[in-house]
Design a protein around this ligand. Sequence first.
Ligand code: PLP
Length: 453
Amino acid sequence: MDHGKNRPTSLEIAVNESKSFSKSRAMSEKAHRLIPGGAHTYAKGDDQYPEQAPGFIVRGKGCHVWDVDGNEFIEYGMGLRAVTLGHGFEPVVEAAYRQMQAGANFNRPATIEVELAEAMLQLIDGADMVKFAKNGSDVTTAAVKLARAYTGRDLVAICGDQPFFSTDDWFIGTTEVNAGIPDAISRLTLKFRYNDLADLQALFEQYPGQIACVLMEAEAVTPPAPGYLQGIKDLCEKQGAVLVFDEMITGFRWHIGGAQRFHGVVPHLSTFGKAMGNGFAIAALAGKRETMRLGGLEHDQPRVFLLSTTHGAETHALAASLETIRIHRERDVIDFLWRQGERLRKGINQVAEGHGLGGYFEVIGRPCNLVYQTNDRQGKPSQAFRTLFLQEMIRGGILAPSFVVSYSHSNEDIDRTIDAVDQALSVYARALAEGVNRHLVGRAVKPVNRRYC
Ligand SMILES: Cc1ncc(COP(=O)(O)O)c(C=O)c1O
């Protein structure tokens, strides 16, 4: 990484006049020496942000964060969408702290494991049993293993239009970053297109009796066509495959019962994580007793080694999750997310129209999970324009890799964001006319899942 080695351009100097990132730059050099990728999650890495960006966060409160240089930002999509209530959200922090004082981990299960299991199962339609873990990747992988054991089949069908399901080989083997993963494993995962039932039908015909499960998000950015999700479920049941909904993003966001409740289609297994614990490490595999019981001790079939880790039921993460669920129920958090998202979407669209940017800059997705698309002069998706937009938003005090709101985004935060978007899009419009490189400081961002650095 070449941080701060190039001579600053005049624009860089201008940007630096408003915000300094010198401590971030120094720390970044050290981080890249000590940590492969300079971060413990690729999606947080330097290559995902402009050069003029906060490199390291020191603290957060609500939807505000402060970086190592002392700059303050309003943040969106906090903690990779895990922090749905807000940073340092006091009732959750206090619940976790109380539990920490009573002990984090014992030789026998803690009572809170049963309490949270009950609370989760009240929320998830059709799930009779649940098992906790630390990461979303672990629970989607567990769902795949359980489906394979239940059906006696090896192949897995995943939705190829959706970006991420797990850090494990059965999924990463299908991406560009597949170094170190045997082909024999990657070949067991097949892909189908979203909103195209015939495409999945064709996979079942090509591999009769071989597909163990169909794994997908019920909805990512594009809503399902009428009848599509029910069609998927009917097809799975006809073909003897297990339907798994990955609710990592949709859970605790589309609806407290997830996208399955929102769309009224109940899968056989579902996986939750992220917002379940407002940033504390907790994830869950939930599903029908018929399948989940194979991970139990009361059957005469071969046992499935289903999620058994030292830290899987760390008590304070479970306490954080119980409190998060209580807050959701008490304060109608979901309704708030949709309302604030809608306020933001309306405001940004008005501003974008004002700059004549229809077709170039667009906010898309459900109000509770807004993302944006940046197109170049030819109307094609552009990483350079994405970087420019991020750069200008950062200049305006907003850290927005998405526009995913939290329960802490007040009207004032939303309105400040719309003002910053207005400023950022005026630069965007000039860059469309004059060329993006005249306005962009340094290199463009790159896709997370790419083969070479
Ligand atoms: C839809 C989806 N599934 C699974 C995962 C993996 O979750 P984790 O990063 O907690 O392992 C993610 C993470 O971004 C995700 O977005």
